[in-house]
Design a protein. Sequence first.
Length: 198
Amino acid sequence: MTGVLRWRHNPLCRATDRCEAWLALAAFLLLTLAAPAVGWLCGARTDASLQAVVRAQRAERYPTTAVVVRRVAGARLTADPEMSGDHARRTAVVARWRAPDGSARTGEVTTAGRNAKPGSGVRIWTDRHGDPALRPMDAATARTHAVLAGFGAALLAALLIECGRRLILWRMTLRRYERIDRAWEAVGPDWGRTGTGS
């Protein structure tokens, strides 16, 4: 705002100076108002969508306890990227469990390496048919993803606003230089030789 007011009564003010000041003010307002609004809107919509996914997964998946029968032949310890610490090391085992309808099931599941001994209890998730399923997303994880999406959207909006400002300023500068070049050409090749008789 000070840039706009500074040029207001200055006799040396050019139209391009006023345009640059208004452009800077508009970019500042967009950065302080529009970018956070875009981030909030994106985060809120992402959160609503992910919370619906969380509810749907909770409705479709059921926790149960499976009993390890044996390790899978040639099974290796693998790392789960979504977990940390000792729980991140997982191995494949054959286990028995009950489906939601009460029927007995046997199949291959993964468990923490320390729970791979026969007879150990393993907490697993199953779908409505009793087949092993991934653990449903929890609400806190969904909210974290939504916050990150909103923050990313706000940063992207701010980047687009700044890129737009710089592009407009670059075009204004090119036009200014074109006008200066035309003015120099209008003066002619004799500029600066006044009174030399040429």
